[in-house]
Design a protein around this ligand. Structure first.
Ligand code: SAH
Length: 375
């Protein structure tokens, strides 16, 4: 056997070391999966069979793995597929086509994911961290603080569960496939770089080693962690990058997005532009429109100027009306002000589309995820 030996603690599959999530098949590279299967006393080709069940049939249920002898599949699933996520509650909106799931993780940490079905695509919004450490003032998750990073398998399991639910026809409109994944749930994906990047690899790897999704249909959204953005640009996987800007001037942005004191508006925009130059992928600028806070016409003009100063055709803007979070004094911009903001950006030649606020009535829209429970 070639490759690096894997150190898996197979003695207690339901607990990982020092509070880390237990190692899961999905955390392993294809070579390491072969290694792990062999360590359990099984033939190397079983790794491919397991990968096919997981990524193609979207299952980890040994009862469905009928091409493996019963004893073999029981042993492999027990050793390599610890249960990482338990659906604690689901809520639906938009006639069942928006589904928010509250997951309990192995250690009691909680995260949410939101599945949205549209006419021509299906999008899953995944969480990459339990809580978030970046404290953006208008974001519900930002008020929680950071509990911990999710492992690769904890993120991929959110995706598998959604893809399975769509394949099983659980979302109105008939069975379908999951087409898009956005890292816009709880957490800052670039603050959990390694697990997020491994997740991206699993999403885009062709079957049976991954879900075979198109990189352009995967969006990584960031507050603007410049070194990590630059690193992402060089990974050779042209995912869509979204930069959560929310203000074109440092004075206001540092209030809304505190990490701006570390990497300024200009530094974040320069890095976003480098991302475009290296990957050829148009970058999205996210801008939550907050009434009388950041929705002034002059700010739209300043944003348009700053984007154009770096080139043409490299960016598009996604303003979204603020989804108010509990206890916040802020609210969404007046629709006329929103229209004016959009018109100004377009006048500067910036392609601009208002993002929808799907799921807001189940607190499932952008920035509303806080994993609250009824009890
Ligand atoms: N940490 C990452 C991804 C999670 S948030 C990031 O900041 O990009 C996903 C998107 O929702 C970001 O663009 C974020 O700025 C936005 N958002 C957060 N709170 C919001 C709110 N209350 N209303 C509208 N959008 C919000």
């Amino acid at each position: 056997m070639t490759g690096t030996p894997v150190r898996l603690d197979l003695s207690s599959p339901s607990r990982g070391p020092r509070g880390k999530p237990p190692k899961h098949f999905v955390d392993l590279t294809p070579e390491q999966r072969i290694e792990a299967v062999t360590e359990l006393g099984e033939k190397p080709f079983r790794a491919k069979q397991l990968a096919t069940h997981y990524f193609t049939h979207l299952t980890n249920d040994p009862a469905l793995m009928t091409d493996l002898p019963k004893a073999t599949r029981d042993k492999l699933v027990e050793g390599l597929f610890p249960q990482l996520l338990t659906a604690h509650r689901t809520q639906t909106a938009d006639k069942g086509t928006t589904v928010k799931t509250l997951w309990h993780l192995f250690d009691g940490a909680k995260v949410e994911s939101v599945l949205m079905r549209y006419a021509n695509r299906t999008t899953l919004c995944v969480s990459s961290q339990a809580g978030c450490g970046l404290a953006c003032s208008f974001c519900a998750t930002g008020q929680l603080g950071l509990t911990r990073n999710l492992s690769t398998a904890e993120i991929v399991e959110q995706v598998r569960a959604a893809a399975r639910s769509l394949a099983d026809g659980e979302v109105p409109g008939g069975p379908t496939r999951l087409s898009n994944v956005v890292f816009m749930g709880m957490g800052e994906p670039l603050a959990n770089y390694k697990s997020v990047m491994e997740t991206v690899r699993r999403l885009v790897a062709p079957a049976p080693d991954g879900l075979g999704m198109s990189a352009r249909n995967v969006t990584v959204s960031t507050v603007g962690m410049v070194p990590a953005m630059d690193r992402l640009a060089k990974e050779g996987i042209p995912v869509t990058l979204a930069l959560s800007l929310h203000a074109p001037d440092d004075e206001l942005r540092s209030e809304l997005v505190p990490v701006n004191t570390r990497w300024s508006v200009d530094e974040a925009l320069d890095s976003a532009h480098r991302y475009f130059e290296i990957t050829g992928r148009r970058v999205s600028i996210e801008y939550a429109l907050i009434r009388d806070i950041n929705d002034h016409a002059w700010r739209a003009d300043l944003l348009g100027e700053k984007l154009n100063a770096r080139g043409r055709g490299w960016v598009h803007c996604n303003p979204i009306p603020l989804n108010p979070t509990p206890g916040s004094k802020w609210t969404a911009s007046d629709p006329r002000v929103e229209q004016e903001f959009v018109a100004r950006l377009r006048a500067h030649g910036i392609p601009t589309t208002i993002r929808d606020t799907r799921g807001s009535e189940i607190d499932g829209a952008c920035g509303q995820l806080a994993a609250e429970e009824d009890e």
